[in-house]
Design a protein around this ligand. Structure first.
Ligand code: HEC
Length: 145
């Protein structure tokens, strides 16, 4: 019985990321979409703590901030090669304006660094700046499909 539960849990764990990006054929594109999903999910976690929907702990707030910092540093790495896929929302402008794109990733990292994780209120206060840096990059470089 125990084995069965472990088995099912690992199947669910393995299957989910594959399923979510099933239609994406280009692996580099899939990886950068997954990176954005990590960013989005982590922002949602911070937002839920900020609004009192999830219990606030300094530890989970600090972990979430760390995840965002690592993800921010990974944007340049994951977007570097000019790859595309029919399901990609990445604009060709990314590679035409690579320096500017990297600068926007740096701005995002800078805003995340400024996030104070000692209370739900400080989280709430920092979310707007971070959200704006997502928006400023998406506006220039993401084509919503
Ligand atoms: C430096 C630029 C940049 C920053 C900063 C950035 N994004 Fe993105 N994001 C992109 C690009 C480009 C795409 C499209 C990638 C593709 O489809 O190839 C994207 C796609 C996404 C997607 C869709 C992923 C999918 O499954 O197709 C989500 C969700 C997302 N971003 C959330 C965020 C959030 C939330 C933030 C801020 C907390 C953020 N992004 C910050 C450039 C950025």
């Amino acid at each position: 019985m125990k084995t069965k539960i472990i088995c099912l849990a690992s199947i669910a764990f393995l299957a989910f990321p594959v399923f979510a990006y099933e239609g994406v054929k280009n692996d580099a594109v899939k990886q950068r979409m997954q990176l954005m999903k990590v960013i989005k999910d982590t922002m949602a976690k911070i937002g839920a703590m900020a609004r009192g929907l999830d219990p606030f702990t300094e530890e989970s707030a600090a972990n979430a901030k760390q995840t965002l910092l690592l993800a921010a540093a990974d944007i340049e790495v994951k977007f570097k090669s000019n790859e595309t896929d029919p399901l990609s929302e990445g604009s060709p402008a990314i590679w035409e304006n690579w320096e500017d794109f990297v600068e926007k990733a740096d701005d995002f990292a800078f805003m995340v660094e400024g996030l104070e994780t000692n209370s739900a209120n400080t989280l709430a206060a920092g979310l707007g700046n971070i959200g704006q840096s997502c928006g400023s990059c998406h506006k220039a470089y993401r084509i919503k499909k």
